[in-house]
Ligand binder design. Structure first.
Ligand code: F6P
Length: 483
C-alpha cells in the first residue's frame, strides 16, 4: 500500500547481524539521527522509513526479504555505496559543512572525486526512485541529511505532486567553504536542496549560512531570495531554467531537536544503568568528574578538550588527585584513515596526560572506547561537569541529554560551535572551541561552582533541552509541509 508519510535516511532504525550459522538478528541502529527519528516515528505508525543496507548482513536481509514493518532497506552496490558514503558524504560534504579541511593540502577535486560524485548522484537517485514508487499521491516525504542532498530535486522531477522536506542534522558550510566545491557540483547540490518545499536546520546559524550559499548562486540562475515569510522562515524561488517546476518556492525553517525527558529518564534508570553507575562510583570514589561522550569525530574537538584538561592540572594544581576526566570516545567512521589517526591521537594524548600527572592511586583520564549507551547514561547521571566543545556541530544532543538526567546538577562547559549553543548558552559556561586556556579556566570555574547555583542552572538547561522533543519536532515539520 502506498504511504502518506515517508522518511529517507542513510541509516535505518535497525541493522542486522549475521551469525556463523546464517541466522539474521536485528539490532537498533546507532547515532543521534536514528534515535531522534525512531522516537518521532513511534507516533506515526503508518510511516515508511527508507534507508540503505549498510553491511553485508543488511544486504542479506534484503535478499531474503526479511522486512520489518515500516522499513524498506535499499540493497545498494557496495562499491557505489562506499564512494557515496565514505568518499563524498563523509570526506567531502561532512568536511565542507564542518570546515574541517587542512587547507594547504585539501580539498583536491580531481578525476577520482568526479568518479565518486557520479556514485553519490546514483546513490541519491536510488532513494529518489524508491520514494517515488512508495509514495501515495500528495504524500509527505522527509529527507534526512547531507547524504541525500540531491534527493529533493531528483524526486521533484519524478513526482511533482509530493510535498518534500529536507532536514540537515549538520551545520551548513559558510560561503567560503561552499565556494571550494567545483562550481557545477555546488550548483547541483543547491539544485537538489531547493527541490524541497521546506529546508530545515537545527538553528538559525545554519539556516542563514544556507541562505548565504543560495545567494551565492544567484547569478547562475539557481535561486533568488524572495521575501520574508512572516513566521515560516525565509523563502527562495527556484528559477525555471533549472527547475522541473516553474517558480518553485522553498521555505527555510528551523526546528531545534530536543530531548524526550520522560523517555530518557526511564532509560537512565534501568537496572543495567544502575549497575554501570555503581561500577563507575567504585572506580572514581569521591573524586570530582569532568565527562565527555562523543564519537571519535574530528569536529568534536576531543584533542583540545584534553589539552584544556592538561592545562587545568598545570595551572590549577589543587585539582591534581581530586578530579577525573571520563572521556568516552567511541570509534566512528574507521574506514577513513583520518578518523583512525585521530582516534590514535586521542589515545596518545590521554596516555601522555596520565604519564605526566598520574600517581600510584590516581589516573587523571579514563578513556572509554566502548559504544555503551548504558554506561554513557550512568556517566550523565553522576558527572559534575560536562565538556561539550565541538568546533562545529549541527546540534549536539549530549549537551541536552546530560542536564535532563543529571542527579545532583552538572555544569555544562559548551563551545560556541555547537548548535545547542543558541539555546543553552545562558545557563552554560561558554568557550571558544579553539581557546584551550579559556576552556581550562571554564573547567576550573565549573568544578568550583557552588552546588546551589549548579543545580539551578541544570534545571533551566533541562527545561530548554526538552522544549521540542522528537515527536513534536517531527510533527512540526509535517504540519509545515502540509500547509
Ligand atoms: O547529522 C550527523 C549524523 O548523521 C548524525 O545523525 C549521526 O549521529 C552521525 O552523523 C553518525 O554518522 P554515521 O551515520 O556516519 O555514523
Amino acid at each position: 500500500m502506498a504511504s502518506q508519510v515517508l522518511v529517507a535516511a542513510n541509516r535505518g532504525p535497525l541493522s542486522y547481524a549475521l551469525s556463523d550459522d546464517g541466522t539474521l538478528s536485528a539490532r537498533r541502529g546507532g547515532g543521534g539521527l536514528v534515535s531522534g527519528l525512531s522516537a518521532a516515528l513511534a507516533e506515526q505508525p503508518d510511516a515508511l522509513w527508507i534507508c540503505a543496507a549498510l553491511s553485508e548482513a543488511d544486504r542479506e536481509a534484503v535478499r531474503r526479504g526479511v522486512a520489518e514493518p515500516g522499513v524498506r532497506m535499499l540493497d545498494i552496490d557496495p562499491t557505489m555505496y562506499d564512494d557515496a558514503y565514505n568518499g563524498i558524504a563523509n570526506s567531502v560534504l561532512w568536511f565542507t559543512h564542518h570546515h574541517l579541511y587542512d587547507v594547504p593540502r585539501e580539498p583536491v577535486f580531481d578525476a577520482e572525486f568526479h568518479r565518486q560524485w557520479a556514485s553519490y548522484v546514483a546513490y541519491n537517485r536510488t532513494f529518489a526512485q524508491a520514494l517515488a514508487e512508495e509514495a501515495a499521491q500528495g504524500a509527505c516525504v522527509l529527507v534526512q541529511d547531507y547524504h541525500l542532498a540531491l534527493v529533493p530535486g531528483q524526486l521533484r522531477e519524478l513526482r511533482p505532486d509530493l510535498r518534500i522536506a529536507h532536514f540537515t542534522h549538520t551545520p551548513w558550510a559558510s560561503q567560503e567553504f561552499l565556494r571550494m566545491l567545483p562550481d557545477d557540483i555546488r550548483s547541483e547540490l543547491m539544485w537538489g536542496m531547493l527541490g524541497a518545499d521546506v529546508v530545515g536546520f537545527h538553528t538559525w546559524a545554519w539556516a542563514h549560512t544556507f541562505m548565504g550559499g543560495a545567494h551565492l548562486d544567484d547569478e547562475r540562475g539557481i535561486a533568488e531570495p524572495a521575501f520574508p515569510a512572516g513566521t515560516g522562515g525565509e523563502r527562495y524561488i527556484r528559477k525555471s531554467p533549472w527547475s522541473p517546476v516553474r517558480h518553485k518556492r522553498t521555505d527555510v525553517a528551523v526546528y531545534p531537536l530536543g530531548v524526550d525527558a520522560d523517555e530518557l529518564r526511564a532509560l537512565a534508570h534501568r537496572p543495567e544503568v544502575d549497575e554501570k553507575l555503581a561500577q563507575l562510583r567504585a572506580e572514581v570514589g569521591d573524586l570530582k568528574t569532568i565527562a565527555r561522550v562523543d564519537r571519535t569525530e574530528l569536529s568534536k574537538n576531543i584533542l583540545r578538550g584534553l589539552l584544556a584538561y592538561r592545562e587545568l592540572l598545570t595551572v590549577h594544581p589543587e585539582w591534581r588527585g581530586r578530579v577525573v576526566h571520563l572521556a568516552s570516545a567511541y570509534p566512528s567512521r574507521q574506514d577513513l584513515a583520518v578518523y583512525r589517526e585521530y582516534t590514535e591521537s586521542v589515545r596518545e594524548l590521554a596516555a601522555e596526560i596520565n604519564a605526566e600527572f598520574g600517581t600510584e592511586d590516581w589516573q587523571p583520564v579514563l578513556v572509554s572506547v566502548q559504544d555503551d549507551f548504558a554506561r554513557s547514561l550512568a556517566v550523565y547521571r553522576m558527572t559534575d561537569v560536562a565538556l561539550v566543545n565541538p568546533v562545529r556541530d549541527g546540534m549536539n544532543l549530549v549537551a541536552k541529554e546530560i542536564p535532563v538526567v543529571s542527579e545532583a546538577g552538572c555544569v555544562l562547559v559548551l563551545s560556541t560551535g555547537a548548535g545547542a549553543y543558541a539555546e543553552l548558552r545562558q545557563d552554560a559556561l561558554t568557550v571558544s572551541p579553539y581557546d584551550v586556556t579559556q576552556t581550562a579556566e571554564a573547567l576550573h570555574a565549573a568544578l568550583s561552582m557552588p552546588v546551589g547555583e549548579r543545580a539551578e542552572r541544570t534545571k533551566r538547561l533541562a527545561a530548554t533541552a526538552t522544549a521540542l522533543p522528537p515527536a513534536q519536532w517531527f510533527e512540526a515539520q509535517l504540519s509545515d509541509l502540509r500547509t
